[in-house]
Design a protein. Sequence first.
Length: 245
Amino acid sequence: MAKVIGPITPQEVAANPDEIFRSRYVWQWPIRLWHWVNVICVSVLFYTGLYISQPVLVNTGEPWNHFFMGKMREVHFAFAFVFVVNFIWRMYWFWMGNNYARSGFPFIWRASWWRDLFRQAWDYLALKAGHVHLGHNALAGLSYTILVIALGWAQVITGFALYSESYPGGFTSKLFGWVFPLVGGSFQVRMWHHLFAWFFLVFGILHIYIVIYDGQVWRNGLVSSMITGSKFYKEGDLDSDSWLS
């Protein structure tokens, strides 16, 4: 027979503060929207980019009658523009969002940030629940900074440089033409662009694993929080996400 659980009384909360979960609205809807649009864009860009680099599907007949490669490039470029707009949207909400939108920022000049970084890395290696953050911890923030922000800019710059080859002397050529002499030519730019794409794949695999792992160990609704915006926490979980303090 199922057990009916009634509302938790203040007395129970006072008696067991470390055992009772609470809910807090952490991820605002613009952050959640950016996340899922980014998932779609990166997935489409990766798979269309793979085809552009190595077209395994070939139509029979004359190419002019199918133009399949052209369509793949068109989809790739369209989602690249969406990716850039979404990127700018996230930058805007870094400043306009709540403190959780800025949590995990790599304060490399603060000793407390380095302590949190190494502590969190050790907790993961030791398979411990560790120190739970309501926002991003230092390790997650550093990962996002390198593998999302920096890598995203690298893909945008090299991608638009390659796009500019279709319009020599055009706006994108004037804006990103400097990339070719800097890297060493069109082939090198294309190879770097292709290599950076694989880092996104590696990050995606690790990201999904860690999110599911954290959600199972801490029972904090980490996966569902990117849909509802709310996370669960207990007394003592770290809420040190005040960016300017």
